[in-house]
Design a protein around this ligand. Sequence first.
Ligand code: FAD
Length: 338
Amino acid sequence: MNLSDYKGIAVFAEQRDGQLQNVGLELLGKARELAEKLETKEVTAILIGSEIEGLAKELIAFGADRVLVVDKPELKYYDTEAYAQAFKAIIEAKKPEIVLFGATTLGRDLAPRVSSRMTTGLTADCTKLEISEDESKRLEMTRPAFGGNLMATIICPNHRPQMSTVRPGVMQKIAKDETRSGMVEKFEFALDTTKLKVRVLEVVKEEKNKIDITEAKILVSGGRGIGSAENFKNLEAVAAEIGAEVSASRAAVDAGYIEHDRQVGQTGKTVRPDIYFACGISGAIQHVAGMEESEFIVAINKDKEAPIFGIADLGIVGDANKIAALLAEELKKAKVEK
Ligand code: FAD
């Protein structure tokens, strides 16, 4: 393999029902920054589906120089085999040196298939991506290892493309610029339908009214220190007064105080709200990994030595349940007085 044949960065612009997923836009932001350090500074978004070409403009506004549109009726719904075939054809034709996927359920399914078909490596769930300072200009992919106790930086020295998945919320979008210009290119390939093993007969959507904590501007998060599902109501009361959502540590989820989709951390979600209240949370590395990029962190813990105070902007030593109940009451009063 001649590594120097591979140039530029490709980002999977995941869409569902014609809606671009945020993580693809976040990865375009990161790809823009990485591309500045490479010889070929081009960032390509890969858009796969049916009748989705209209989304290309938005991808350009968020940093793509080129959008490769793979549009076929058979690609309307995600199908591992069909998407993997599309990716393989793109990589063989365009030879990107780096390919990035969001670590969504779909991205986690697709990326390993593609890397295996290309006989290259894949680093999953990266929290940091950098270009090495030496002349190799390799992608350095960092992710937690050994249960989050150390951070491993992984390289893919002998194969191309260098591939990684990144969870939603870890990277940041660049500001949308509708004046940016870019190319939109239709990519044709022969889909081998005899290899497709799944046929979608009907799509039945799960009825759910759940919130996505990664989108919340303020999070009131509770840990084991909150003590019970009943006590979480104090946090809900605070959240209701300030337009926040409630989230939690894994210990609180494991104890059954709250549902898993509200878990923050390495095996939960990565969040980056404007304000993060950590109530009765010790600050274990696996929790901190999911919230340390929050703009302003308020920690309430009865142990003044709790590690969470090490990353907090404001620390309150005390009983989180009492403080939350008082806070909810005072916030309610303040609203009434207004
Ligand atoms: P604890 O560590 O038990 O801390 C409770 C805190 O509450 C203490 O600091 C205590 O002083 C304080 N406290 C007690 N009572 C009160 C009170 N009344 N008022 C105020 N403070 C009080 N954890 C996550 O959160 N997210 C993850 O995604 C995650 N992934 C993991 C993945 C792996 C592979 C592993 C090994 C672990 C993972 N963990 C994760 C678990 C993590 O290591 C910690 O065990 C967990 O974060 C602890 O949760 P906690 O802070 O709520 O509980």
